[in-house]
Every structure is written in structure tokens, then in C-alpha cells.
Design a protein around this ligand. Sequence first.
Ligand code: NAP
Length: 312
Amino acid sequence: MAKQYDIVIIGAGPAGLAAGLYAGRARMSTLIIEKAKDGGQIVQTAEIENYPGSLEEESGPTLVARFAAQAAKFGCEKVIDTVQEVDLEGPVKKIVCGKETYEAKAVIIASGASPALIGCPGEAEFTGKGVSYCATCDAAFFEDFEVFVVGGGDAAVEEAMYLTKFARKVTIIHRRNELRAAKSIQEKAFKNDKLEFMWDTVVKELKGDGILSSMVVENVKTGEQTEIVADEDDGIFGVFVFIGFKPATAVFEGKVDMERGYIVTDQEMRTNVPGVYAAGDCRVKELRQVVTAAADGAIAAWQAARYVDEME
Ligand code: NAP
């Protein structure tokens, strides 16, 4: 028989954990389903300066650990399982996972987003062998090596600065001649001596023999292609990719309204389906931050609890 809850939350990132805290405090029986480990994207962040009240030298993992402990303190349960199918219509929602099926009166989708890929030949082959999507995880492997960062947004520039603490040189490869990152982040980056920029450039191919040792880049204005080869003594360089995210919403396609894969909600986190809410990076919004994810989670849980109360 399916396990029954008032509220099932899908995803244990900042949005899901904040929703768990608020749902638990509203005395709802609450379950968070998470497919891997807590935290979502944020566990890959080495330093969080912009979450109000975060501690000195706060990292993604330390912040998330406190989020999770606080949700658990108020009775929110959690399982590791993968959602395979959902039936969100009607008063009892069904969430079919790999190990169990769960039923809920209300569902909060907080499934997050994952890194976008360059999509060039060699990217998959050299992932973990020179290509990375997580500076916190892999920076130490490139101590004193050369590193390239692809992208021009906040993530690319911040992670590039973080990488300068390890690599001997870091070059940002950006497809335009102007960064997208916030001006305050840009100012810091332009002052960093170990950071260089390759403008109007895209990565066309990643190559090597077992490990990444060369790549072909193209100037988008001139069409000129250049092969960058690892220093002979190094034999490898790093390519860190930060070019945005893809929402993890495939399982909800056709079940709730979406735009380019992101779930559409109103400002109270309601989707078009009664009793179904979305929070955090998986929904249509402009600012994807821990603080906005947490706020979404709180609003979604408060609305979901009200919906459940009104059913009874
Ligand atoms: P983003 O802001 O969407 O930036 C993506 C960057 O990658 C852009 O510079 C974009 O180029 C480039 N890009 C996209 N597709 C590409 C492709 N196929 N090939 C080459 N380059 C490509 O993504 P983000 O930096 O991951 O940030 C996502 C959100 O998280 C943002 O809202 C950001 O503010 C937030 N964030 C905030 C912080 C912070 O405040 N501490 C840290 C990390 C992330 P164009 O500029 O030409 O479009």
C-alpha cells in the first residue's frame, strides 16, 4: 500500500528543505523525496556570501546541513528515491518512485536544475578527466595547472575566481565580449591577476588520449579556429563549464504548465493544478538564488498547508 502524507516535497535543495521546515511547523505530515543527496546545486558552492545571516566562510554544504537539520527538527521525513511517474490530478496525488509509491494531498515540486552542457565532441568522454562542472569538487585536482572556465555569468566568474586559488592560471572563455555577471563580481574579477579572458570564443572540441590535453576553440566573429594544447610538463588542463542550468522537470511534462521546461507558477507558487506547487530553480523566475529558493519553499508550504486544511 502506498505511504500517505499531507504534503510530499520533491527535491531536497534549499527550496525543498525550506518547504519541509514550514510544512513541518504547520503540523503537516511531510515527506521530502530526494534522488541523491541534500542540497542540489548549492552543495557545489564553496563560498556563500549572499544568503542573509550566513556565517563567515559559509559554504554550500554547511548551509544546507543546517537547513536539513532544521526541517528534520520539525518532523519532516526524508527518503532517497527517484520519482518515475506522477498522477497529480484529483484530491489524492500519487508519486511513483523506484522503491515505493507515495500519496499526498498536496505536492511541492522543488526538483531544481542541473548544469547545461557545451554539447561539443569530447565533452562526455573527458568529464571527470579534465572537464568539470563543479569547482568545489575538482579545483584541488588542478593545483598549479592551467584551467579554462567556459561562461560569462555569475557562476562562471565566481567559480573562476575560486579556481585562481588553486590553478596557476585561469582563463575565462566567453562567447561575447562582455560578461553577464553582476558588476560587483566583474570588478573583483578584473582585479584578479591570475584571471585572463578569451572573448568572443566558443569551445568546439575537447581532445586527448585518456585525459583532456587539448581543445579547439573558435572566434565567433572571425570564424578562426585555434587549438590550445596542454603544457608539455602538465599533460592536462582543466575545463570548467558554467553556462547555466537545465530544469529537472522531465517527469512533470504534460502534468503541469511549463515554459521552456520550467514550471509556471503564480506568486503564491501555485501551478495550474490544484494542490500542486513549485518552488526554487525548477520554476519560471528571474533570480535563482538560495534566498529566493528558500522564500519560494516557505510560500509553497504555507499555501499547501492551507490547501490541505481546507480539504478537511
Ligand atoms: P547565467 O547567468 O544564465 O549565465 C550563463 C552564461 O553562460 C552566460 O554568460 C552565457 O552567455 C553563457 N552561455 C550560455 N550557453 C552557452 C553556450 N552554449 N556556450 C557558451 N556559453 C554559453 O547562468 P549562471 O552563471 O549559471 O547563473 C544562473 C543564476 O544563478 C543566475 O541568476 C545567477 O545570478 C545566479 N548565480 C548567482 C551567484 C551569486 O550571486 N553569488 C552565483 C552563481 C549563480 P551570454 O552571456 O552570451 O548569454
